[in-house]
Design a protein around this ligand. Sequence first.
Ligand SMILES: O=C(O)[C@@H](CO)OP(=O)(O)O
Length: 247
Amino acid sequence: MTHTLVLLRHGESDWNAKNLFTGWVDVDLTEKGRAEAVRGGELLVGAGLLPDVVHTSLQRRAITTAHLSLDAADRHWIPVKRSWRLNERHYGALQGKDKKQTLEEYGEEQFMLWRRSFDTPPPPLDDSSEFSQAHDPRYADLGDDLPRTECLKDVIARFLPYWESDIVPDLRSGRTVLVAAHGNSLRALVKHLDQISDEDIAGLNIPTGMPLLYRLDEDMRPTVAGGEYLDPEAAAAAAAAVANQGR
Ligand SMILES: O=C(O)[C@@H](CO)OP(=O)(O)O
């Protein structure tokens, strides 16, 4: 018997469209992003994949994507579980900065270290910044867990406890599980599932609004390495566009 997991990165956000580092800043979807979310739901229906439960972050772009795609699949009524542990990687002092300008200012090597290295976080964001979440009521209970910056390694460390405590039990109970989250929080999960090395994960990009299906065995290992995008051609083109951001 296999377990069914569908990963969905949110549709295009306002700051994806503006090419700004986003992280924990709570931006909305663009009209294109909303359409991507609806299409994601239609792809689920077309593949006969009807989620029984959805897990999302505490961020609007993932919450709205989950709602729009489930609405399109007539599954708007399923239970929802939300956790900050599914949030996008905190981008530290880069939050709110233009990707192209950052690339020009710091050069290709530093830019890619901050964007895709496994263990180099950007400089921390000051609590007084307009892009800080230090005073955001939804994170009031986090205490010392509230990040001021994160690298992918940090995201894995805060995501995996939730994977084990909340998502794996839903999968083991036979539910079809939808995880609606973010480019880098989903990269953290895919790295774990596919056991991708710290070096190779730098080359993996998750496109917006494209459902990615994993069938998992009893050990929660993928039966198909890398999973299967429901629309593989569109997903490949969209992933290449993510890789090229800033250029
Ligand atoms: O800005 C961000 O938070 C992320 C996702 O949009 O960007 P990147 O793909 O550069 O990690």
